[in-house]
Design a protein around this ligand. Structure first.
Ligand SMILES: [Zn+2]
Length: 241
């Protein structure tokens, strides 16, 4: 077994929490090289909320606030990310689907509402609206203030992949309850954190997880010393994400 990675497809790996971003703990505490040990698929953000990340087929892309999409290097650091080893099962083809329709189908009428899962939709999107946050530098401001500096992008009739992570409401704070959607166009002309979309025609596949592996940045003194009791975590995450 030496040197062989164990690729457990029942695990959702999460580095950091959305809660730690709320007071402005935006320092990168994991490298992309480390994150890719835990999955070939994922989402996240860079240090100082430097753009939006989309990992597909083991390749990590960053959509930045200038509208560029580029592959990031192994030493790229992040305060927050999700990753999993892809084992998606095809569910259905969606046509003319809004976010509400997407959610209903992906949740199978709430059958899966109490566990974590990832969803991919590959196809043609009649509309997609994304955002990418402008990178901040230390000393970092709060999530609310930092996330206000963002660029919005829109595209029509674009081929691409929606990658989504669903978290049960119980975990709001560690993650954002419900769906957290990122998008990458097939031609890399647009990407980012998804604010709105309409699927013209897309294949929806899903991967259920029975385990959340929550990794915390215990070598980061700011994080270890921070008192989260005073932070308005749930409300801020709902607004910013
Ligand atoms: Zn996001």
């Amino acid at each position: 077994m030496e040197g062989k990675r164990i690729m457990k497809t029942n695990i959702l790996y999460q580095h950091g929490t959305l809660a730690l971003l709320v007071p402005g703990l935006l320092t990168g505490t994991i490298t992309m090289k480390e994150l890719l040990q835990h999955g070939d698929t994922g989402i996240g953000t860079g240090e100082g909320l430097d753009g939006e990340l989309i990992i597909l087929d083991g390749i990590p892309y960053q959509a930045d606030s200038l509208g560029n999409v580029k592959v990031v290097k192994d030493d790229f650091i992040m305060p927050f990310a999700n990753a999993n080893f892809a084992d998606f099962k095809f569910l259905t083809t969606l046509k003319d689907a809004t976010p509400a329709k997407f959610a209903t189908v992906a949740l199978q009428e709430k059958e899966n509402a109490n566990t974590f899962f990832a969803v991919q939709v590959k196809g043609i999107f009649s509309y997609v609206k994304t955002r990418a946050v402008v990178k901040s530098f230390p000393p970092f401001d709060t999530l609310e203030a930092t996330a206000q500096k963002q660029s919005i992008f829109e595209a029509h009739n674009i081929e691409g992949t929606l990658i989504s992570y669903y978290s049960p409401s119980l975990f709001h704070g560690a993650a954002v309850a419900g769906f957290h959607n990122h998008f990458l166009a097939a031609d890399h002309s647009i990407g980012g954190h998804v604010l709105d979309f309409k699927i013209a025609s897309g294949k929806l596949s899903r991967q259920l997880f029975d385990t959340l592996e929550q990794h915390l940045p215990i070598t980061n003194k700011e994080f270890m010393d921070h008192n989260f009791a005073k932070d308005n975590i749930a409300d801020v995450i709902s607004k910013a994400e």
